[in-house]
Design a protein around this ligand. Structure first.
Ligand code: ZN
Length: 272
């Protein structure tokens, strides 16, 4: 009886792995490709109309995927997916990570992938008076450059997943691929987070703040900062906290809060 050899990795995936290992391009040419993609987005997107764009669509991430795959992986990324689904998502609630690549395994054994980009972090930076932004160790002049750096980083996660089924951006293999393909020097970013934005405006955890809610001016203390701030306002009908007082929680966009002078007699609650 004839035995067939154990199945190796699918041909498209090994072709992608070989191409990645062999990839060498002069820095100048890499920068040129990346700039062409930057220009391509501006020329084709119905949403990204300027480098410091104010709107973005999931389709823009699909466009980036196609453009990077073509220029850096000769289309092998799409082929290595072998019909498995890849979804692109604009995340609005990521508080620290610039993006996230996930491999899903369904109960029926189907594998799919998702690349999510933290657009809240992109939109929070690049104001006129903002500090400079570095993503993946590279200075970003505008929001689109930061988006590209994050996307490149996530793309390396994806190709590692496709070729080796594991991916770790703190590990040497990832950093070597990211450096050779995209000139990345780090796997971190210093995008402006809500926490920093809030601290800049004088609002931090524990700050006394005032805001208007349904026509009424309320004063309370910041208890939590995510996309919005959680402000605890003393309220006889509210929930009882550790200091014995009752508070009601309000979720307020940080931009609507004004800091107010400390009142020494009110130390505020700790968490419930
Ligand atoms: Zn990573």
């Amino acid at each position: 009886m004839m035995m067939s050899p154990a199945p190796g990795p699918a041909p498209a995936r090994s072709a992608l792995a070989e191409a990645i290992v062999a990839f060498r391009l002069p820095d100048e040419l890499i920068r040129k490709h990346i700039h062409e993609i930057h220009q391509g987005v501006l020329a084709h997107s119905r949403y990204i109309r300027e480098a410091n764009f104010t709107s973005i669509h999931r389709g823009d991430l699909e466009f980036l995927f196609g453009a990077y795959d073509e220029r850096f992986f000769t289309g092998l990324c799409l082929r290595a997916l072998e019909g498995r689904r890849i979804r692109f998502r604009l995340a609005t609630r990521m508080t620290n990570a610039g993006g996230k690549t996930t491999r899903f395994l369904s109960r029926t054994g189907d594998v799919s992938y998702e690349i999510a980009i933290a657009c809240n972090l992109l939109f929070d930076g690049f104001g006129d008076r903002d500090r400079s932004i570095r993503v993946c160790g590279l200075d970003c002049n505008d929001r689109l450059e930061a988006l590209q750096r994050i996307f490149e980083h996530e793309l390396v996660h994806l190709v590692e997943q496709l070729c080796w089924e594991t991916s770790n951006c703190a590990a040497a293999r990832f950093q070597d691929i990211a450096a050779r393909h995209f000139l990345h020097r780090a796997h971190t970013h210093n995008l402006v987070t809500r926490r920093e934005r809030a601290a800049d405006s004088g609002i931090r955890l524990g700050s006394r703040v005032t805001f208007v809610f349904e026509g009424q001016r309320l004063t309370g203390r910041v208890n939590r900062i995510t996309k919005r701030a959680t402000v605890l306002v003393q309220d006889g009908e509210g929930q009882q906290y550790s200091n014995g007082l009752r508070y009601r929680a309000y979720y307020v966009p940080i931009g609507l809060l004004e800091p107010v002078a400390e009142d020494a007699s009110d130390r505020g609650p700790t968490s419930s």
